[in-house]
Write a protein that binds this ligand. Structure first.
Ligand code: PA5
Ligand code: NI
Length: 185
């Protein structure tokens, strides 16, 4: 017996649609431990959106040898001089890698290894980024429009937000003279 089916999910342009898509929005109020300039943060609206994520999880979280797919949409903006960015995480299973592929906008992928060495890669439409295992990753929107990228990662990777929430990254991405600069924290 054979069958021909419609796909469960459509990914067209920058839009991920289907009944099985999980969506989450992070606001400034969710990210109070993330941005450095607490005074600037306190002066901004807590319900200001910073990023949305749409994910397709075809298998249960933690499944060995499965894959996950997600799109992240980061709004343009800054808290003080620091660009809007994602919370950032190591994978819980530290050796798990990930691909990011930039679809739209302008940004920076910030990477930190377990010795807390931080570096950044420019993101622009078409840029493909391999994130090796043992590497914390977060993305910042350095442009004036939405930054949109896709991500592919193993379904058993998990997210460790705790270590970043406690110690942050060793470098922060700030605007200096109109340019993004990776400054030590
Ligand atoms: O899997 C990933 O690394 C991404 O899909 C991120 O989860 C997404 O960009 C949001 O970032 P964070 O999970 O750090 O909030
Ligand atoms: Ni990840």
């Amino acid at each position: 017996m054979s069958s021909i089916n419609d796909p469960a999910v459509l990914f067209q342009g920058t839009t991920l649609e289907g009944p099985e898509i999980d969506r989450v929005t992070r606001t400034l109020g969710d990210l109070t431990d993330v941005f450095s300039d607490k005074d600037a943060l306190a002066a901004m609206a807590a319900d200001q959106k910073v990023y949305d994520v749409a994910c397709y999880f075809p298998v249960a979280d933690g499944t060995t040898a499965g894959l996950f797919f997600g799109i992240t949409y980061i709004y343009p903006g800054k808290v003080g001089t620091e660009y809007f960015m994602t919370r950032g995480h190591f994978h819980q299973l530290r050796d798990r890698g990930e691909f990011y592929h930039c679809l739209e906008g302008e940004g920076m992928l910030i990477l930190m290894d377990e010795d807390r060495q931080t570096r950044a890669e420019k993101m622009y439409p078409g840029s493909l980024h391999y994130i090796p295992g043992h590497t914390a990753h977060r993305t910042a929107n350095t442009g004036n429009s939405m930054l949109v990228f896709s991500a592919f990662w193993p379904s058993d990777a998990g997210h460790d937000y705790q270590s970043i929430s406690e110690k942050g990254f060793s470098g922060i991405l700030v605007e200096q003279n109109g340019e993004p600069v990776l400054a030590s924290k």
